[in-house]
Design a protein around this ligand. Structure first.
Ligand code: UDX
Length: 436
């Protein structure tokens, strides 16, 4: 089957490469000539484990190609995916749908043969209706259907998430569209991945409800972590103790500095905007957004407290290990490290930092922060080390070496990577999240 993927960002590129790997004939389209030229040279625009190899092997097999030419790219495609960005609109948090609608318009203008148009971008309820309206006007007389097919992949584990999904959600009441989508996902279907067919609006809402619920889960355990610190309990054990209950589940109960990334912050805001538009309050999600926002700066204050409070912290130096919003990505969007470094700088603390992949994107977001060549270079002369993102490279730090380089043996572990007793036994003052 021929598939066109309009938008070669995280979701578009990973989905396109995986569909090609299933054996489909895939063309990835993007407006950015620099990105397409780089992809044609085998250079990935994002850091995602395994993606370069997957793209290379499918290009070599002749199943995957890249172009800026939308008209040529969509020609004869049975399924045309829209996978462009839906960033937060400035000011009101509503998802900016201008890219989605512009693609719908352009697809409509060039649509010559029947095709199912599939929205993979995360879009608010009702977007599919508008895409359908645009196509009806732009492509009169051509048979098409508009389906919703949200993507649930996580950065850093994108390929395995795509190939082994918990579920595939297809939103369309049109039997022909359902048939085409079954064909698109046939290899996963054969692998017994659950496929859920719903109405288009339901499918659009499922994506937001899933992300909002996960954001609730993380924020819940983060607040429980704060309580643990006050009552001398251990949040890791609380997570395990509640997570073993099948009704709760153990995932996304890891306390930390607050969620970031390209999805949770933006999607929770967009869902709140929808709830406002439809006069149907989502008070839990409202609270989650507020709590998570304030948590990031609170983590900066936690480091200041570890340094002995505001007076003592002024003029001291902190080394931040890990800047990206999570490991195995270079993505800095809404990363807690940004607010943490700002809070430290506001308190007169000098900040040095190291991240295995994120420093190029982090540097412009963190003026005044010294980007070091290695973790140990960042630690040299520091009064405290703050572990902000749990990259594997920081899971076996050389504590003796740190003692030799740092001014004081103080570790603030915002991801609970280490065992408190072990670190203290090495002569460190150790502060973590939700553990006394
Ligand atoms: C998320 C969703 O998981 C995915 O289904 C959706 O398609 C896009 O958004 P992603 O943003 O790539 O994926 O990362 P994820 O692994 O979900 O982590 C999001 C944030 O939550 C990170 O900042 C992470 O550090 C944080 N997190 C996650 C926690 O603080 N604790 C947890 O237990 C899990």
């Amino acid at each position: 089957m021929k598939i066109a993927m309009v938008g070669s960002g995280y979701v578009g590129l990973v989905s396109g490469a995986c569909f090609a790997d299933f054996g489909h004939d895939v063309v990835c389209i993007d407006k950015d000539p620099g990105k397409i030229a780089a992809l044609n040279d085998g250079v990935m625009p994002i850091f995602e484990p395994g993606l370069g190899e997957l793209v290379a092997s499918n290009v070599k097999a002749g199943r995957l190609s890249f172009t800026t030419d939308l008209a040529a790219g969509i020609a004869d495609a049975s399924a045309i995916f829209i996978a462009v960005g839906t960033p937060s609109r400035r000011g009101d948090g509503h998802a900016d749908l201008s890219f989605v609608y512009a693609v719908a318009e352009e697809v409509g203008q060039h649509l010559k043969t029947e095709a199912v148009i599939v929205t993979k971008s995360t879009v608010p309820v009702g977007t599919g209706d508008e895409v359908e309206r645009i196509l009806t006007q732009a492509a009169p007389g051509v048979r098409f259907a508009v389906a919703s097919n949200p993507e649930f992949l996580r950065e850093g584990a994108a390929i395995s998430d795509f190939k082994r999904p918990d579920r595939i959600v297809i939103g369309s009441d049109d039997e022909w569209a359902q048939e085409v989508m079954r064909e698109v996902y046939r290899p996963l279907f054969l692998n017994q991945a659950p496929i859920l067919f719903t109405s288009r609006r339901t499918s659009e809402l499922i994506k937001y409800a899933a992300n909002a619920f996960l954001a609730v889960k993380i924020t819940f355990i983060n607040e429980i972590a704060d309580l643990c610190e006050k009552v001398d309990a251990d949040v890791q054990d609380v997570s395990r103790g509640i997570g073993l209950d099948g009704r709760i589940g153990s995932k996304f109960l890891h306390a930390g500095p607050g969620y970031g990334g390209s999805c949770f912050p933006k999607d929770t805001l967009a869902l709140l905007k929808t709830s406002e538009d439809y006069d149907s309050p989502l008070r839990i999600v409202e609270a989650v957004v507020k709590v998570n926002d304030s948590r990031k700066r609170a983590m900066g204050r936690k480091v200041v407290d570890a340094l002995g409070g505001a007076e003592a912290a002024r003029g001291k130096k902190v080394a931040l290990l890990g800047l990206t919003f999570k490991p195995n990505t270079d993505d800095m969007r809404d990363a807690p490290s940004i607010a943490i470094s700002q809070t430290l700088q506001d308190a007169g603390v000098e900040v040095s930092a190291y991240d295995p992949e994120g420093m190029a994107l982090a540097a412009p977001l963190m003026p005044g922060v010294t980007m070091a060549a290695s973790a140990y270079a960042a630690i040299e002369g520091a009064d405290a080390v703050a572990l902000v993102t749990e990259w594997d490279a920081f899971r076996a730090l050389d504590f003796e070496k740190i003692k030799g380089l740092a001014k004081a043996p103080l570790l603030v572990d915002l991801r609970n990577v280490y065992d408190p007793a072990e670190v203290r036994a090495k002569g460190f003052t150790y502060v973590s999240v939700g553990r006394s």
